[in-house]
Design a protein around this ligand. Structure first.
Ligand SMILES: Nc1ncnc2c1ncn2[C@@H]1O[C@H](COP(=O)(O)OP(=O)(O)OP(=O)(O)O)[C@@H](O)[C@H]1O
Length: 276
């Protein structure tokens, strides 16, 4: 079992340093971003290993989304560092050029937004939304791209005959599945998800969760997922970090955190779900 550390003394390898293959994909050290005092997150450290799913849970306003944005290269942290091990070398995310970070987001990383249209292009067909990502990794053969897009549509339970339809004509659940296909078609190593099942009907949520779980296992994805839903966390995450008022108050294996919460805030979070 891989380790998930919150050891503040742990030092990330220097940027560019070559590393053996079993090292963390992501090493986050003492990361902070505050919009204003108490608004944002501070002092967050952890490691994420290949194939590991890390859940970030906590009440509304605890800083989960802000943290996810900083982790996924969309909000420069005010303090701390993120190192990404790309299989060959450890790279300091915020020491990279802006264009390298953007390239990473289009190729080896993916971001699944809560509102699917935030992650899709409204003026591009379903097939085009998937095909664009393949073109970003250098594929140029139209027939191959279209065939892969059609396969991915079927994989996420969207009929391939809808390939030329605009995503705006899809239901919310279909849009979310399309956003997932767009993100996963390039077989990224790391995917960030912000409440991917939020805002969907309960029955649609359950099917989407099943789909996500099988894709994550099949593609051996490393995932950081933000959710306020402990059921989603239980189903998908190997490990959890629990946030309260911008700080990590508890972390550990999902079953341990949810079945034997140590921090009073986690105990409250778990018991409030049990009472509902
Ligand atoms: N762009 C912004 N400017 C100023 N304050 C912000 C901004 N975005 C978020 N905040 C504030 O920062 C705090 C953390 O917000 P964040 O969205 O990260 O929390 P969250 O845990 O994801 O909440 P939710 O579950 O409701 O999405 C909140 O108090 C929020 O009001």
């Amino acid at each position: 079992m891989s380790a998930f550390l919150t050891d503040p003394n742990h030092a990330a390898p220097a940027a560019g340093q070559r590393l053996p293959p079993d090292l963390p994909l992501l090493t986050v050290e003492n990361l902070s971003y505050l919009y204003a005092p108490g608004k944002g997150f501070q002092g967050v450290s952890f490691e994420l290993y290949p194939g590991e799913v890390l859940g970030i849970v906590g009440e509304s306003g605890s800083g989960k989304t802000t943290l996810l944005k900083s982790l996924s290269a969309r909000l420069t942290p005010q303090q701390g560092s993120i190192h990404y091990f790309d299989g060959e070398a450890s790279r300091d995310l915020y020491a990279m050029s802006e264009s390298d970070r953007r390239r990473l987001l289009r190729t080896e990383w993916g971001v699944v937004h809560q509102h699917p249209m935030d992650g899709l292009r409204a003026g591009v067909s379903a097939g085009g939304n998937i095909g664009e990502r393949l073109m970003a990794v250098g594929q140029r053969h139209y027939g191959d791209i279209r065939a892969q897009a059609a396969r991915w549509l079927e994989d996420v339970e969207i009929p391939a005959r809808r390939i030329d339809d605009m995503p705006t004509t899809f239901s919310g659940g279909m849009q979310q599945r399309l956003q997932i296909a767009r993100n996963l078609v390039t077989h990224p190593r790391l995917v960030f998800m912000d409440e991917p099942t939020g805002g969907l009907d309960v029955s649609v949520q359950a099917r989407l969760l099943d789909l996500l779980r099988s894709l994550v296992v099949e593609l051996k994805l490393a995932v950081v997922i933000v959710t306020h839903d402990l059921g989603v966390a239980r189903l998908l995450a190997h490990r959890l970090i629990v946030m309260q008022q911008g700080r990590v108050v508890e972390s550990g294996l999902t079953d341990r955190v949810l079945d034997d919460p140590h921090h009073p805030y986690t105990q409250l979070l778990v018991s409030s779900v049990l009472q509902n």
